[in-house]
Ligand binder design. Structure first.
Ligand SMILES: NC(=O)c1ccc[n+]([C@@H]2O[C@H](COP(=O)([O-])OP(=O)(O)OC[C@H]3O[C@@H](n4cnc5c(N)ncnc54)[C@H](O)[C@@H]3O)[C@@H](O)[C@H]2O)c1
Ligand SMILES: O=C(O)C[C@H](O)C(=O)O
Length: 428
């Protein structure tokens, strides 16, 4: 069994974290200056298209990821070489002709790939130059999704897998498994109302992950995340392959929402805004730490209250607007794709990857807690405690208030697997 030890980075090391990583507000200096545009030769493949120009500011990858990707796509560029938007096409062509596509690529599986989240998520992952194979699994309707997606002229190979008999093959050799399988909310429901159906779906799928790709990063999207992540942990423990550094509850959508709403409210440039969101992923357990917003921003009490409540209820806002047709799918796919891309960059050796995520944690007295972490090749490299220093009175109170609900949800997940234990691999 892998070691459960994880570093919680304290104030001392945070000083260097600030200096090196810029906490997500500034791209790290890679010595490659593309201005706002980035050019991914790997995406294009068309003779006529010298490159696909993407506004870094509108890319789901964000500025940091974009620059990191540029560096990995164009590794031969030295620190002194600058490519700017002023480059003449023929000059750029000359440079790109000498460059190779990225050397390390990864296999990603999506379980629940034919669903509302699964389909747009598959499309976004298909666009990543870091992916060589995309395995799409569902209990139905996944063949068509894969056929459709496979016509996109991006490098990864798309394979479809239908039903439990094909699940093992889907998972073999995979580096990252993303799980959005399960039922979504309808108006009037809480995420916990999904427990009875989704607990078993997650349990079954994670059993297969344990048997077929126990070293993969596991991204849990299925709700209630506050319980499904502890369920996954318990299954992996019972299978003897639990590595807490590689099991993640995807809470990226809370950060994406917080960044959007704060930028709108304070009239800030979207790409610059970064709000850590901690705790869990349901109602009051979602705690945006607005006092830690970057760039440093002041909020009056009314703004703090309004923004916090909006971020906590944003999922319900979408559920009500969809009026029975499901919950957030597009923004979730966008957020999940960002988390996948961050994981792949970490696996690829980028030493500068930070995300908020719900993980096993000793930051608080609760066994699982969402916070900002540093990702590396082996998963969570460090849990960052700096965001918890100097909280406002409002945040301190909200942090204490969320603990009983989060604790109960975690315990419910653990109890579920203890009551319905998994069969060990040797017993199968
Ligand atoms: N973590 C988050 O921030 C977040 C955000 C949005 C939605 N969600 C959750 O994600 C889940 C999926 O939402 P959706 O809108 O995509 O739902 P959906 O119903 O559109 O899609 C779910 C998919 O899962 C598949 N599925 C069901 N049982 C399965 C099984 N045993 N194995 C494999 N696939 C199976 C279904 O066939 C379907 O294609 C829900 O639980 C929802 O609450 C989480
Ligand atoms: O709200 C939901 O049920 C889905 C998801 O958790 C969300 O935050 O949008």
């Amino acid at each position: 069994m892998a070691s459960a030890a994880m570093t919680t980075v304290s104030t001392g090391s945070i000083a260097s974290y600030h200096a090196q990583a810029g906490l997500g507000t500034k791209s790290k200096p890679l010595g490659v200056n593309f201005g706002n545009k980035c050019c991914f030769k790997a995406f294009s493949g068309l003779k006529a298209a010298l490159s696909i120009n993407m506004e870094a500011e509108t890319s789901f990858l964000g500025k940091e990821s974009t620059f990191a990707l540029q560096a990995s796509l164009f590794p031969k560029l030295g620190a002194s070489q600058k490519i700017t938007n002023q480059l003449q096409p023929h000059a750029f062509q000359k440079i790109t002709n000498q460059l190779q596509p990225h050397a390390s690529t990864f296999k990603v599986a999506i379980l629940g790939a034919a669903g509302g989240i699964g389909q747009p998520l598959a499309l976004l992952i298909k666009m990543s130059p870091l992916v060589s194979a995309l395995h799409l699994y569902d209990i139905a309707n996944v063949k068509g999704v894969a056929a459709d997606l496979s016509h996109c002229n991006t490098p990864s190979q798309v394979l479809d897998f239908t039903g439990p008999q094909e699940l093992a093959n889907c998972l073999k050799g995979v580096d990252v498994v993303v799980i959005p399988a399960g039922v979504p909310r309808k108006p009037g429901m809480t995420r916990d109302d999904l427990f009875n159906i989704n607990a078993n779906i997650v349990k079954t799928l994670v059993q297969a992950v344990a048997d077929n790709c126990p070293d993969a990063f596991i991204h849990i999207i299925s709700n209630p995340v506050n319980s499904t992540v502890p369920i996954a942990a318990e299954v992996l423990k019972q299978k003897g392959v639990y590595n807490p550094k590689k099991l993640f509850g995807v809470t990226t959508l809370d950060v994406v929402r917080a960044n959007t709403f704060v930028a709108q409210k304070k009239n800030l440039k979207l790409i610059d805004v970064d709000v850590p969101v901690v705790g869990g992923h349901a109602g009051i357990t979602i705690l945006p730490l607005l006092s830690k917003t970057r760039p440093s921003t002041t909020f009056n009490d009314k703004e703090v209250e309004e923004l916090t409540v909006r971020i906590q209820n944003a999922g319900t806002e979408v559920v009500e607007a969809k009026a029975g047709a499901g919950s957030a799918t597009l923004s979730m796919a966008y957020a999940a794709a960002r988390f996948v891309e961050s994981s792949l960059r970490a696996l690829d050796g980028d030493g500068d990857v930070y995300e908020c995520t719900f993980i096993q944690s000793d930051l608080t007295e609760l066994p699982f807690f969402a916070s900002r972490v540093k990702l590396g090749k082996e998963g969570v490299e460090a849990v960052l405690s700096v965001d918890f220093q100097g909280l406002t009175e409002y945040e301190e109170k909200a942090l204490e208030a969320l603990k009983p609900e989060l604790k109960a949800s975690i315990e419910k997940g653990v109890a579920f697997v203890q009551k319905h234990p998994v069969a060990s691999a040797s017993a199968l």
